[in-house]
Design a protein around this ligand. Structure first.
Ligand code: KG4
Ligand code: ZN
Length: 340
């Protein structure tokens, strides 16, 4: 019998201060998230400086709670994992410094994890049978990537956004129609009362790269629509705008993913990142995948948005692959997926 591996994982790349204890990669013993959303709502988006300061204030409490919820002492942990990029540099630094300090004091190995690898790995937590290879759509506030997960820790990005990320588009459009921050969950909710076919917004194609995304044109189209309504004195039906915008995003995400699945012949498909908790997006993929005979995986909403359990899961496979970082590990705001 192999020895059980317990990983204490830390995540602070944006506006969630999070820590978790994960056993053997797929069993979450604790998952503590201190969300700063309320703090940033007032400003209509994440203020990096405020995020870093709050991380500093909360990180020790969150780590201690993760250990106590898991009923583990530091002496019963095998490695410390931390997100070291991409993200806000000041925010990342707080987690990285905490992880290095714990690793130094305890002598436990340190494993730096790529944030997107974490999001993808969130799928392993509740889908015990899921193993690479598979195709994964990562849609968050900062990223829209179509990724081939070739093996644990081995990725190929076949599509990416040329401008705004999907979540960013949700947030910007929500602000424009007066729903506030964070936009994704609000548009998701309001759309349920709207007509997705009320307004036709463009579905952008990027000419030279069939799987790439572009959402800035869609965002402008929504802004133009709002402006023209205002000029003509026409009433804006918020729910219809939200539902029509959401449908335009989902159509593009679904079309590109399904094209890639069919062309590349993958039979397993997963979604990840904050936008993956969108109810209409899940429904659209459920239907299309069922029709095409493709197994569809998605994490529960709590594992879609930023959390440390997903970092602990990703770190387990990195640990098994022999990845260890030194105390020169630094925050890398623009870290590329697959870079070590
Ligand atoms: O993965 P995440 O927590 O942070 C990043 O790594 O960026 O994603 C946050 C993003 C935000 O843009 C938020 O508006 C979006 O995910 N989001 C949603 C939903 N819940 C969160 N977008 C659409 N529908 C949702 N239900
Ligand atoms: Zn994220």
């Amino acid at each position: 019998m192999e020895k059980d591996i317990y990983i204490l994982a830390i995540e602070s790349s944006c506006d969630e201060t999070a820590a978790a204890v994960v056993k053997n990669g797929r069993e979450v013993l604790s998952n503590v998230i201190y969300s700063q959303i309320a703090l940033h709502t007032e400003y209509g988006g994440v203020v990096p400086e405020i995020a870093s300061r709050k991380h500093i204030e909360k990180i020790n409490q969150v780590i201690e709670k993760a250990l106590s919820d898991a009923d583990r002492e530091l002496s019963q942990i095998d490695a410390i994992a931390v997100t070291y990029g991409p993200g806000l540099v000041g925010a990342l630094l707080v987690g990285v410094s905490a992880a290095k300090a714990i690793s130094f004091a305890s002598g436990l190995p340190l494993i730096g994890v790529h944030h997107i690898e974490g999001h993808i790995s969130a799928n392993y937590i509740e889908n015990k049978e899921l193993e690479p290879p598979f195709l994964c759509l990562v849609v968050s506030g900062g990223h829209s990537h179509l990724v081939v997960v070739k093996d644990y820790g081995e990725y190929e990005i076949i599509g990416r956004t040329r401008d705004d990320a999907a979540g960013e588009a949700f947030d910007k459009v929500a602000r424009a129609i007066g729903l506030g921050y964070p936009g994704g969950p609000k548009i998701d909710k309001v759309s349920k009362d709207g007509n997705p076919d009320a307004i036709h917004f463009p579905r952008a194609k990027v000419g030279d790269a069939e799987y790439d995304f572009s959402f800035s044109g869609l965002k402008s189209a929504v802004l133009n629509y709002l402006n023209s309504c205002q000029m003509k004195g026409e009433e804006v039906v918020t729910a219809d705008v939200a539902a029509s915008f959401q449908k335009a995003v989902i159509d593009v995400l679904v079309e590109h993913s399904m094209d890639a699945l069919v062309k590349l012949g993958y039979k397993k498909f997963a979604i990840a990142g904050g936008v993956a908790s969108n109810s209409s997006l899940r429904k659209a993929f459920e239907e299309r995948c069922a029709r095409e005979g493709i197994a569809f995986y998605h994490p529960s909403p709590v594992y879609c948005t930023d959390n440390a359990a997903m970092i602990g899961t990703a770190a387990y496979y990195e640990y098994q692959n022999g990845v260890r970082h030194g105390f020169d590990l630094n925050a890398m705001p623009n870290l590329k997926l697959g870079e070590k």
